[in-house]
Write a protein that binds this ligand. Structure first.
Ligand code: FES
Ligand code: FES
Length: 178
């Protein structure tokens, strides 16, 4: 019993030693206009940093290897897979996540168009769709349906609601052109 107790104490000591020896780097990122500074292990993905350190769980994780697009965010204005980037790589960057699209409770025109055109079913892919579409419409304010389909081709919807998603983006484009 004593040996077991002393064995478990040394395991705790070892665990605590290895924790204190962990490498961390201090990083600062600006997300949706707010600066976040935190000590971060180099292995932490940007998606996990946003979700767990910043508390911004709107960025979803599906495949976690760059295929589904659910984790898409904007880094310095360009779309990026947050599951494929390390948080330390984003040090100093300006990031927009889906939480940054609305102004308080007021949805932006793209979000409104998704709402009005039933552009989501379960909603899991929606944050990534919205962020990819944000970049698409910034680059091409008047896309046709084929261009929207191509622009969204890196985002997978497991509910297969692609028609209504494409309709939503086209409607948003029209609203934004005024
Ligand atoms: S979770 Fe990043 S691409 Fe699927
Ligand atoms: S709405 Fe369900 S995954 Fe796209």
């Amino acid at each position: 019993m004593t040996e077991l107790a002393s064995g478990s104490t040394s395991q705790r000591e070892l665990a605590s030693e290895s924790t204190s020896q962990r490498n961390t780097e201090s990083i600062t990122v600006t997300v949706n206009g707010h600066a976040y500074t935190a000590d971060c292990e180099p292995r932490v993905t940007l998606a996990d940093f946003l979700r767990h350190t910043c508390g911004l769980t709107g960025t979803h994780l599906g495949c976690e290897h760059g295929v589904c697009g659910a984790c898409t965010i904007l880094v310095d204005g360009r779309s990026a897979r947050a599951c494929l980037m390390l948080a330390v790589q984003a040090d100093g960057a300006t990031i927009t996540t889906v939480e940054g699209l609305a102004a308080g409770n007021a949805l932006n025109p793209l979000q409104e168009a998704f709402w009005d055109n039933h552009g989501l079913q379960c909603g899991f892919c929606t944050p990534g769709m919205l962020m990819t579409a944000t970049e698409l419409l910034a680059d091409n304010p008047d896309p046709d349906a084929a261009e929207v389909r191509e622009g969204l081709s890196g985002n997978l919807c497991r509910c297969t609601g692609y028609d209504s998603i494409v309709r939503s983006v086209l409607d948003a484009a029209q609203r934004m052109r005024g």
